[in-house]
Write a protein that binds this ligand. Structure first.
Ligand SMILES: Nc1ncnc2c1ncn2[C@@H]1O[C@H](COP(=O)(O)OP(=O)(O)OP(=O)(O)O)[C@@H](O)[C@H]1O
Ligand SMILES: O=C(O)C1=C[C@@H](O)[C@@H](O)[C@H](O)C1
Ligand SMILES: [Mg+2]
Length: 188
């Protein structure tokens, strides 16, 4: 599905001035949180932080290495701490890892301090996108389609608590970022 976006630079500037909290992108692996988030931050002229990258920097290891050497619960503890810190700092756009918003403490902190945007798209698209890079440890333990489908079922209720829901389809990054802005504008 295509969707013509009509936001002018002046519109975007107006929306940017009304956004008084960080915009936090949540949703499944491959939905575009990191790549669309970076584009959205550039459009808003705000800074961009990727939680997975922050954890990797703090640990001086990749997400996969952390899962391999310490396990998922160790990674989740680091993720919770990083997001708690980010909520205390003034950031423009924050891309979370796919599981972050499922943690009740993290979800409550984000909902209290930020605008959570749930990016959502169909499983076929997620399977295709996540196959491009082998950097997602949760998808290595079996068939990625089955794992993503199960995660979507299990996590859907948590993601649905986000204030804003944007279905991305296969729209390009810039268009998706514009749709997020339109949804925020309508919600504010
Ligand atoms: N709207 C889009 N149109 C085209 N390609 C996209 C779109 N969104 C994401 N992609 C591509 O899908 C891949 C995964 O995107 P990205 O890394 O942003 O996902 P993510 O939500 O951050 O995943 P993770 O939870 O694993 O960090 C990248 O190759 C990215 O370029
Ligand atoms: O969906 C998830 O649980 C994950 C998504 C990635 O962003 C990483 O945070 C990690 O691979 C786990
Ligand atoms: Mg990401």
């Amino acid at each position: 599905m295509t969707h013509a976006t009509t936001l002018t630079p002046a519109d975007i500037g107006g929306i940017a001035r009304r956004i008084d909290r960080p915009v936090v992108l949540v949703g499944l692996m491959g939905v575009g949180k990191s790549t669309v988030g970076r584009r959205l931050a550039a459009m808003l002229d705000r800074d961009f932080v990727d939680v997975d990258e922050e954890i990797e920097r703090a640990a001086d290891r990749t997400v996969s290495e952390i899962f391999d050497s310490h396990g998922e619960s160790y990674f989740r503890d680091g993720e919770r701490r990083v997001i708690a810190r980010l909520m205390d700092e003034a950031h423009g756009v924050i891309a979370t890892g796919g599981g972050a918003f499922v943690d009740p403490e993290t979800r409550a902190a984000i909902l209290d301090r930020a605008i959570a945007v749930w990016l959502d798209c169909d499983i076929d698209t997620l399977v295709e996108r996540t196959a491009r890079r082998d950097n997602r440890p949760l998808l290595r333990s079996g068939d990625p389609r089955e794992i993503l489908t199960a995660l979507k079922d299990r996590r859907g209720a948590a993601y649905a608590e986000a204030q804003i829901h944007v279905v991305t389809d296969d729209a390009p990054h810039t268009e998706t970022a514009q749709r997020i802005l339109e949804a925020i504008d309508a919600w504010l």
